[in-house]
Design a protein around this ligand. Structure first.
Ligand code: VGL
Ligand code: ZN
Length: 216
């Protein structure tokens, strides 16, 4: 079912800090790794994103006196959830999960590197204005369909999916290749938004090439 010439798998933030023992561990985050490794060979094109924050980043609760992780604050660009320090540039927590197959990735897109702007989406930073350049990269390579997998379903994956729709890509969410943080209903909200804006939810098994021996 994949049109290989125009499709790209985008693997979002499968990094140590989002996995077991990490600073912002997503529940069962590690479970995405074998699923993602299994679907990578089904794509001709694959890229990775890497959450990549400078120390003292504006999204860290520790950067705001008296604030705690998971509270919301008003940044210049609007509300921003505060997080534990995570994915600090050049620390082990920012590294990819050691079992993730990164060998076929054609690009690693780093995001969240501006001190005062977070970036959940792979396309636009949280000010909703600063572009990462990804839409142009995909268009210049004639990649029209994106398949999303990784962490976390309700933050970086959902924001990437919605921005990809906004940029007119065909978007598939490989649901069992993602796991959520799920803060106060954020997963249900994210799935509802993705449904509403035309993101197609599929499962990893749906990607298998049709078995020719079955005939028909
Ligand atoms: C993410 C919160 C903060 C994510 C990144 O990858 O979903 N969530 N930074
Ligand atoms: Zn982050």
């Amino acid at each position: 079912m994949i049109d290989h010439t125009k499709s790209c798998l985008i693997i979002i933030d499968v990094q140590n800090d989002f996995c077991a023992g990490g600073a912002l561990a997503v529940p069962a985050g590690d479970e995405v790794v074998p699923v993602i490794n299994r679907i990578i060979p089904l794509f001709d094109h694959c890229l990775l994103t890497q959450d990549w924050h400078p120390g003292g980043h504006g999204s860290f609760a520790s950067s705001h006196a008296g604030r705690n992780p998971f509270e919301s604050i008003d940044m210049d660009y609007g509300p921003q959830t505060l997080w534990p320090d995570h994915c600090v540039q050049d620390t082990p927590g920012a590294g990819f999960h050691p079992d993730l197959d990164v060998s076929r990735a054609e690009m690693v897109l780093r995001k969240g590197f501006r001190q005062d702007i977070d970036s959940y989406s792979a396309f636009y930073e949280n000010d909703r204005k600063t572009s990462t350049g990804l839409a142009g990269y995909l268009r210049h390579r004639s990649l029209e369909s994106v398949y999303l997998a990784g962490l976390a379903t309700d933050y970086c994956v959902a924001w990437s999916a919605l921005d990809a729709r906004r940029e007119d890509f065909e978007v598939f969410l490989v649901e069992d290749a993602c796991r959520a943080i799920d803060l106060e209903g954020s997963l249900d909200r994210a799935l509802g938004e993705m449904d509403r804006y035309g993101v197609t939810r599929i499962r990893a098994d749906d990607l298998k090439a049709p078995d020719a021996s079955c005939g028909g």
